[in-house]
Design a protein around this ligand. Structure first.
Ligand SMILES: CC(C)(COP(=O)(O)OP(=O)(O)OC[C@H]1O[C@@H](n2cnc3c(N)ncnc32)[C@H](O)[C@@H]1OP(=O)(O)O)[C@@H](O)C(=O)NCCC(=O)NCCS
Length: 173
């Protein structure tokens, strides 16, 4: 679990401080909040999917749905998903942080990505990839991911395949 605080000099839980915890969505409420954030960004805001962005892989028991929880008040403020592909390769995706928490001292996006990386590495995964929207490539480069090949169409839009520095390079087909 990756944690952060927006008041580094204050102990977690101290009045005026907020802490962040990134972990696998546990309760029904967290899972509902998780899907609501995905729908807001990828269906309503971006129009990447028409009515729902939920896919069969979301029902695969191996898939990991990760939430970023800000306390107080204990709300889900960001999400990311990790799922297995073929040949032991895992993918990360559906990364989103609520607008009002972006670029905050909680560094929510980076904490979510690091949690995803930790969780797949714990399972012995050697190749971890993401189909990254082109405007988000610089964010991923900033946190240590590198491009794999050239941009390609994914979900109807150009995406850049990327991997974290520790991941082996995939064989491109
Ligand atoms: C991309 C996104 C997840 C980033 O989340 P965030 O919480 O704002 O990012 P963080 O605060 O953790 O940023 C970590 C670092 O990356 C930098 N950064 C953030 N967004 C960046 C961007 N678009 N380009 C370059 N650097 C960026 C931050 O300044 C910070 O830098 P620092 O280490 O020097 O402090 C968020 O903007 C988002 O939800 N976007 C909409 C959904 C989306 O497009 N998802 C990606 C689909 S591929």
């Amino acid at each position: 679990m990756v944690t952060a605080s927006d008041a580094p000099s204050a102990a977690p839980g101290e009045a005026g401080s907020r802490t962040l915890a990134c972990r696998r969505a546990a309760s029904n409420e967290e899972i509902q909040a998780y899907y609501a954030i995905r729908k807001k960004f990828f269906v309503d805001d971006q129009g990447l999917f028409e009515a729902s962005d939920v896919e069969p892989i979301d029902h695969d028991p191996r898939t990991i749905h990760i939430v970023a929880v800000c306390s107080p008040p204990g709300d889900v403020i960001g999400v990311v998903r990790c799922y297995p592909g073929a040949d032991g390769v895992w993918f990360g995706g559906r990364l989103a942080v609520l607008q009002e928490y972006r670029a905050s001292r909680l560094v929510v996006g980076r904490a979510l990505v690091r949690t995803a990386e930790e969780m797949v590495r714990e399972q012995g995964v050697k190749i971890f990839l993401g189909h990254i929207q082109l405007p988000t490539v610089r964010f991923f480069e900033h946190i240590g991911w590198v491009k794999v090949g050239d941009p390609q169409e994914y979900a109807g839009r150009l995406h850049q395949l990327m991997r974290p520095g520790w991941s082996r390079k995939p064989r491109l087909r």
